[in-house]
Design a binder for this molecule. Structure first.
Ligand SMILES: Cc1cc2nc3c(=O)[nH]c(=O)nc-3n(C[C@H](O)[C@H](O)[C@H](O)COP(=O)(O)O)c2cc1C
Length: 380
């Protein structure tokens, strides 16, 4: 793994190791993918101020996110089907994050269940909740997250209905893969992946199958989402979920200052400025371009995080400089996982940590908690 120097290197390795339908599932955005591209492109447009002859000894990246100490201000975003990038993917990513000292957030739509991740880790991980029409199931899911001692609940607000990702439709994405010639070919040409997958029982949606009533075929994620996710989810629901959960609550998927104000009114602990990695509303602005106005609107009332397009430590530094208490990564850790399991996720975190540390120093700062908008070069 040491020869992978960038997140892009890990992405190319994942492309060669993971069956096409699952690699594409990660590397896709909604419709024209313009928001997916903008998330990365807008980071590249921001410039940092180079400072010289500043003491650069004794640097610290340690910080806090939602009250939890973190080795650097970075968390692993909740991603569905992570156990299809690599056998037992959620367990491996959670273990890598735990050893590194950053939060891992398990998706409702994970392959490994809350209980199996809890059994394989020693510290609390975070849990992401999608709200479905079946409220009994949601209450039981919250109870399971509590029983597993999850440290925060991340409530996703931007997926009441699913944005279309053309690659998934063309690939006929399903979990587990179907037995058509095309799908058999995709799996057969990735023998290491297939061999590892044979060694685990975790091959479907572990939080749902056997727990939700009247669940028939959920192999087709898009059809199942349309049928089960609650399109009437409202701010009133945030209140009962907050009450039922009773712990740290993070609201994910805020892109508009007006929504940010309403989110702050709920009394939640943090918000994540996010467009779901460009997978929902194509044509929405990038997360990093939305961040400053949201920090301006609510930064004194609620902790603000962001995700979408973070591909390097420089990006994390820019997000922190523009007011985020922490940044989250989805695809970078998925590429690491696909490329090399737990070691690949660790490598993704090492790459970002090294880039963040060196870039912070070259901006003349020694402590990530002192980084502010002053390190951004705004000159024309
Ligand atoms: C393959 C994939 C699956 C995802 N599944 C979920 C999910 O189950 N729940 C959720 O809240 N967000 C989900 N997201 C969105 C991520 O949590 C996060 O917002 C996004 O990946 C951040 O952008 P980045 O991938 O550019 O870092 C998913 C993203 C990807 C790439």
């Amino acid at each position: 793994m040491e020869t992978a120097l960038t997140i892009a290197d890990l992405k190319e390795r994942a492309r060669r190791r993971v069956p096409k339908m699952f690699f594409d599932y990660a590397d896709s955005g909604a419709w024209t993918e313009s928001t997916y591209r903008a998330n990365e492109a807008d980071f590249a447009r921001i410039r940092l101020r180079q400072r010289v002859l500043v003491d650069m000894t004794d640097r610290s990246l340690a910080s806090e996110m939602a009250g939890q100490p973190v080795a650097m201000p970075l968390a692993l975003s909740p991603t569905g089907l992570t156990g299809m990038q690599h056998a037992d993917g959620e367990i491996l990513a959670a273990q890598a994050a735990e050893a590194f000292g950053v939060p891992f957030c398990l998706s409702t739509m994970s392959v490994c269940s809350i209980e199996s991740v809890a059994a394989a880790t020693t510290k609390p991980f975070w849990f992401q909740l999608y709200v479905m029409r079946d409220r009994d199931f949601i209450e039981r899911l919250i109870d399971r997250a509590k029983a597993a001692k999850c440290g925060a609940l991340v409530l996703t607000l931007d997926l009441q209905i699913l944005g279309q990702r053309h690659k998934d439709v063309r690939n006929g994405l399903s979990t587990p893969p179907k037995f058509t010639p095309k799908h058999i070919w995709q799996v057969a040409t990735r023998p290491a992946w297939a061999f590892e997958m044979l060694g685990t029982k975790n091959r479907t949606f572990g939080n749902i199958v056997g727990h939700a009533r009247n669940v028939g075929d959920i192999s087709s994620l898009s059809a199942w989402t349309a049928e089960q996710f609650d399109p009437r989810l409202s701010w009133a629901d945030v209140a009962w979920i907050k009450e039922k959960w009773g712990g740290k609550l993070i609201l994910k998927g805020i892109l508009d200052p007006e929504d940010a104000r309403m989110a702050a009114d709920t009394g939640a602990d943090a918000i994540i400025v996010s467009n779901h990695g460009g997978r929902q509303l194509d044509g929405a602005r990038s997360s990093i371009s939305a961040l400053p106005a949201i920090v301006e609107a609510v930064g004194d009332r609620i902790e603000v995080h962001m995700d979408g397009g973070v591909r390097s430590g420089q990006d994390v530094l820019k997000a922190v400089a523009l007011g985020a208490k922490g940044a989250w990564i989805g695809r970078p850790f998925l590429y690491g996982l696909g490329a090399g399991g737990r070691a690949g996720v660790t490598r993704a975190l090492e790459i970002i940590r090294h880039e963040l540390d060196v870039s912070m120093a070259l901006c003349g700062r020694r402590d990530i908690r002192t980084v502010d908008a002053d390190i951004i070069d705004r000159a024309p």
